[in-house]
Write a protein that binds this ligand. Structure first.
Ligand SMILES: [Zn+2]
Length: 218
């Protein structure tokens, strides 16, 4: 599936959803305690599977009175010679938070895709909450649940990650209530069980945003 992630990033680049070094993706299989994430700063048109970073998820029990909570931390694992010279994506707080527990994807695969699709970002810039678009375009909600927008937050920050978790309604077991969330002035984050399934949430929302903006009625 790492090759498929490379394919979707090339496709995202061709669609102008990212410039060369933007965008990031992570993938975790349910029976592994690690995930893979795209490296920071590489050109996505030429992304290769051996450039990915392998990240271990460390989980320990935090003792408390009558409740069991877990503490989580991540660490890099050796993967390939090329990869060892690279750093993980700066958006790793976002990916780690969504990959440390897999929620409804706990028997499957979880893929998290972050890109900057033109019309989704333009719609948010025009003041549209992406979660309200479904009111006029019900076809969208058949396959894609859109969360309320995240407001202005700094890129590659824990605040961006935390706000995305809040709007996706991420719980401690990793369950999420939505498939995609928009970040104002920035981009979107989509989650599903394969790279193309996550990508299709973005494609579907982008298409409707393009229609809304073309109509001039918003
Ligand atoms: Zn971004």
């Amino acid at each position: 599936m790492l090759e498929t992630i490379c394919d979707i990033m090339v496709d995202a680049y061709k669609r102008n959803w990212i410039t060369s070094r933007d965008g990031n993706v992570s993938i975790r299989h349910h029976d592994r305690d690690h995930f893979y994430i795209t490296p920071s700063g590489v050109r996505k048109q030429t992304l290769q599977p051996d450039q990915f970073k392998k990240i271990k998820i460390n989980r320990s029990i935090a003792s408390g009175w009558g409740t069991v909570d877990f503490l989580y931390a991540w660490e890099e694992m050796p993967y390939s010679d090329i990869s060892s010279a690279l750093k993980p994506s700066g958006e790793i707080p976002l990916h780690f938070g969504l990959q440390k527990e897999m929620g409804q994807h706990k028997d499957d695969v979880r893929v998290v895709v972050h890109v900057h699709p033109t019309y989704c970002v333009a719609a948010m810039h025009a003041g549209i909450d992406l979660s309200t678009i479904v009111d006029s375009f019900p076809e969208l909600s058949r396959y894609t649940k859109v969360a309320p927008n995240v407001g202005d937050v700094p890129p590659i920050s824990q605040e961006l990650a935390d706000q995305c978790f809040k709007k996706l309604q991420l719980d401690k077991d990793g369950n999420i209530a939505y498939d995609i969330v928009g970040i104002k002035g920035h981009g979107v984050v989509a989650i599903d069980t394969s790279p193309w399934r996550a990508y299709e949430h973005i494609e579907r929302l982008e298409h409707i945003c393009k229609i809304v903006l073309a109509s001039g009625n918003y």
